[in-house]
Design a binder for this molecule. Structure first.
Ligand SMILES: Nc1ncnc2c1ncn2[C@@H]1O[C@H](COP(=O)(O)OP(=O)(O)OP(=O)(O)O)[C@@H](O)[C@H]1O
Ligand SMILES: [Mg+2]
Length: 269
């Protein structure tokens, strides 16, 4: 059984891509076979895995507009157990193309269905928007991880995100769940951040928040500019330790709330 996990938040710069890259790498390292779907025209997950956007032949644009089969666009990241369908700015042309299509919100889901059984976990790095691409991403997921920074505007955006998730659940994807909210770029010295965190924790069921928090750590952003996950860039850094812990928590939450994963090789892991 495989599962599709989206990393979503319409607020920009909250750590979606960083979380998608590093949890994909962390889960791959735990022996799970992962497909990362870069569903953002910025293509940051693609470059974050050291893949050059300009040299790509087939990308998520071709997949979601039906110009190629998803199998044809998959490439290996070179990191343990992690494949990717890359993206580049061309993906923004998919918005108008999708809008003209019948079932415009179901196209990513249809594409992923063709390949998901070859993987234990499919992760989608979504874009900072609530447009047709973002709705496609939410419609394709079984569950979502919501990265969150402790800032005023991000807190304001959270209610809007929850509304969108509810809306997609009602209209297109009744089984959609929230795996958890994860605090990213945490700096415990910032009192305003601590207040906002307390407010968010109070507004949600305790179980809705991941126990693991990701600290602000320079090794995490350095790793991205070197085109690799922090796990391989600097394994003993605080950032790497946090993402390894988060990957384990993600896996145990999937097992608890959804199902056993890890049947791709015919054995439970
Ligand atoms: N824990 C961290 N410590 C230090 N820097 C971080 C951390 N997490 C993310 N960053 C940096 O913050 C910036 C924004 O992160 P990221 O690109 O993951 O956000 P995003 O939500 O994917 O953004 P967008 O909405 O534009 O897709 C990046 O430059 C990234 O390297
Ligand atoms: Mg991003």
């Amino acid at each position: 059984m495989s599962i599709v996990v989206g990393v979503v938040n319409q607020k920009g710069g909250v750590g979606k891509t960083t979380t998608a890259i590093n949890v994909a790498a962390g889960l791959g390292n735990l022996g799970k076979k992962i497909l990362l779907v870069d569903f953002d025209p910025q293509g940051n997950s693609t470059t974050g895995f050291g893949i050059k956007k300009k040299t790509l032949e087939l990308t998520m644009f071709d997949v979601v507009t039906g110009k190629c089969r998803p199998q044809e666009a998959i490439i290996s990241t070179g990191f343990k157990n992690v494949d990717i369908i890359p993206a580049n700015p061309k993906l923004s042309d998919a918005e108008p193309a999708l809008t003209k299509m019948e079932n415009k919100n179901l196209q990513l889901r249809k594409a992923i269905l063709q390949v998901k059984d070859n993987y234990d976990i499919v992760m989608i790095d979504s874009l900072p928007s609530l447009g047709v691409l973002a709705v496609n991403a939410l419609t394709a997921c079984d569950t979502v991880i919501v990265p969150m920074v402790c800032e005023h505007f991000a807190r304001e955006g959270l209610a809007q995100l929850m509304y969108s998730i509810r809306n997609v659940k009602q209209k297109f994807n009744p089984e959609l769940t929230i795996l958890g909210i994860v605090f990213t770029m945490v700096d415990k010295r910032l009192l305003s951040g601590n207040e906002i965190k307390t407010d968010i924790v109070g507004a949600f069921d305790k179980k809705a928040i991941f126990k693991t928090e990701i600290p602000r750590n320079v090794k995490i952003s350095e790793a991205q500019s070197h085109g690799e996950p922090v796990l391989t860039y600097d394994k003993t850094s605080k950032g790497s330790e946090a993402y390894i812990k988060l990957s384990k928590e993600v896996l145990s939450r999937i097992k608890e709330t959804h199902r056993e994963v890890g049947s791709v090789n015919g054995k439970k892991k």
